[in-house]
Design a protein around this ligand. Structure first.
Ligand code: AMP
Length: 475
């Protein structure tokens, strides 16, 4: 039986913040992690975003920080959360502020692509919780503007993506600067050898928790496939987004994935020519541009976001009704991450893959790796005419310009949700349900004297200052 937040042992201020957020029941990863983390144990969590993992590590950490009652350290922090992308870091910091609203803890975040000077100033007096991308953190440490001598809790979030993005060297520099009696939490969506290695090096007798294996994310997503020539994908996308294709489900917010940065920009430009407003988000955009694109999308001011895989992982955008794979990813796991941007927080979602002849192999790999069940949809009946007659950049009918609200028309494929028998037709926004689910602890261990001692015994820690220089010598 699912426990309540009260039964997990969280403090009153944290529970109050949860009430404000409207969370009534812990998600599986929260239920499995929180008691161990309150006990001070290290933790290895296999979980993706969407499972509630941010709260799983943030809530007990806030209580542990409150219990230890150490001062906010000068030019340092008490809890360090490292995240691979700027978007994820921003999102974790926002959650930390909300969850810790009643706990009186200071939260800051620093990410690349913004002013280093401003970061230096805001960290001068230290902070309780710091969420950072590794590169920017090292910049500040190298400038002697920050040190890690007071860190009580380290969280490595989306560790597999951190390694994919080449942050291993940064981690190898950062982790040895931390006090060795810290509590360490490592979260990763997958468990390749490199992550096992990290956990062996950085964690002490960790509790193992695993929820939502990659394949099960896909179970809540209705997956459709349209075979279409590469150079006709733009025309198809425009028909889908402007409501000239009887797309399954109500198009509320659509995340479109393309493979390259230029590809994203091209799609957005051509959509604009067709009267459809969209933003692009990828690595060539400045941080303010990326943030604006995300904010526009989250507030539904702009209902179409065209992204490279930068947006596929980590960021939490509630209410994405459709994910369109304009181009299929060549790494099957990436497909799962992409479609996982819909079906968030217990909701269901719709994914549509545009597959060209030369992407068939990718499709096969996706099928094999993820057991994806695709329902094949036909091209629109008048597609040839649109492509050959008017061309792929034909503007949408005037009344539909810039809108993403298709009205079903006769002649398109029948609207149906039959890929899983017995499932109700759902509009995006319907179907609340258990979070990210079905998890089970993978061999949770008992014990952990080191950390229990910390929890019970006042957690004495070097009181800040100290300087990164001395610590770095350990590395
Ligand atoms: P995360 O996996 O941390 O990115 O969280 C995914 C989403 O679930 C976020 O929008 C959270 O606000 C939401 N969430 C986290 N925990 C709960 C909960 N116990 N009940 C309902 N929603 C939650």
């Amino acid at each position: 039986m699912t426990k309540t937040f009260d039964q997990l042992g969280l403090s009153q201020p944290v529970r109050q913040a949860l009430d404000l957020k409207g969370y009534s029941t812990p998600t599986p990863i929260q239920e499995q992690s929180i008691p161990h983390l309150l006990d001070g144990r290290d933790l290895l969590g296999i979980a993706q975003t969407g499972t509630g993992k941010t709260a799983a590590f943030m809530l007990p950490s806030i209580d542990n920080l409150r219990d230890a009652d150490n001062r906010t350290p000068f030019k340092s922090c008490r809890m360090l959360v490292l995240a691979p992308t700027r978007e994820l870091a921003g999102q974790i910091a926002e959650s930390a502020r909300e969850y810790g609203a009643m706990a009186g803890l200071k939260v800051q975040s620093i990410v690349g692509g913004t002013s280093v000077g401003k970061d230096r100033n805001k960290l001068h007096r230290g902070t309780d919780i710091l969420v950072a991308t590794p590169g920017r953190l090292l910049d500040l440490i190298d400038q002697k503007a920050f040190n890690l001598g007071s860190v009580e809790i380290l969280v490595l979030d989306e560790a597999d993506q951190m390694l994919d993005l080449g942050f291993i060297h940064a981690l190898k520099r950062i982790v040895p600067m931390l006090p060795s009696d810290r509590q360490t939490l490592l979260f990763s969506a997958t468990m390749p050898g490199s992550i096992k290695e990290l956990s062996k090096n950085y964690l002490t007798d960790p509790v193992h928790v695993s929820v939502t294996p990659a394949a099960s994310t896909a179970e809540r997503v209705d997956q459709y496939l349209i075979m279409v020539q590469q150079d006709e994908k733009q025309a198809l996308l425009e028909m889908v987004l402007s409501g000239r294709y009887n797309t399954p489900g109500e198009l509320e917010r659509v995340l479109v994935f393309a493979r390259t940065k230029h590809g994203c920009d091209r799609v957005v430009k051509k959509l604009a020519q067709a009267g459809i407003t969209a933003n692009a988000i990828h690595g060539n955009k400045s941080q303010p541009q990326r943030q604006r694109a995300l904010d526009d999308f989250k507030s539904a001011r702009v209902k179409v976001l065209v992204a490279t895989d930068v947006a596929a992982r980590g960021i939490d955008i509630p209410g994405v009704s459709h994910v369109i794979n304009y181009e299929l990813p060549n790494v099957p796991e990436q497909y799962v991450h992409r479609i996982g941007r819909t079906a968030r927080a217990g909701k269901d979602g719709i994914a549509i893959a545009f597959c060209a002849e030369d992407e068939r192999q990718y499709l096969k790999d996706i099928n094999k790796t993820t057991d994806a069940e695709f329902e094949r949809l036909p091209l629109p009946e008048n597609f040839r005419a649109v492509v050959e007659g008017v061309g792929p950049t034909k503007p949408a009918p005037k009344q539909q310009r810039g809108r993403v609200q298709p009205k079903p028309k006769s002649g398109g494929p029948k609207r149906k949700h039959t890929s899983r028998a017995g499932r109700p037709n759902r509009g995006p926004g319907g179907g609340e349900g258990g979070q990210g689910g079905g998890g089970k602890p993978a061999g949770a261990k008992q014990g952990g004297g080191r950390n229990r001692r910390r929890r019970g015994g006042g957690g004495g820690r070097p009181g800040g200052g100290g300087g990164g220089g001395g610590n770095r010598a350990q590395g």
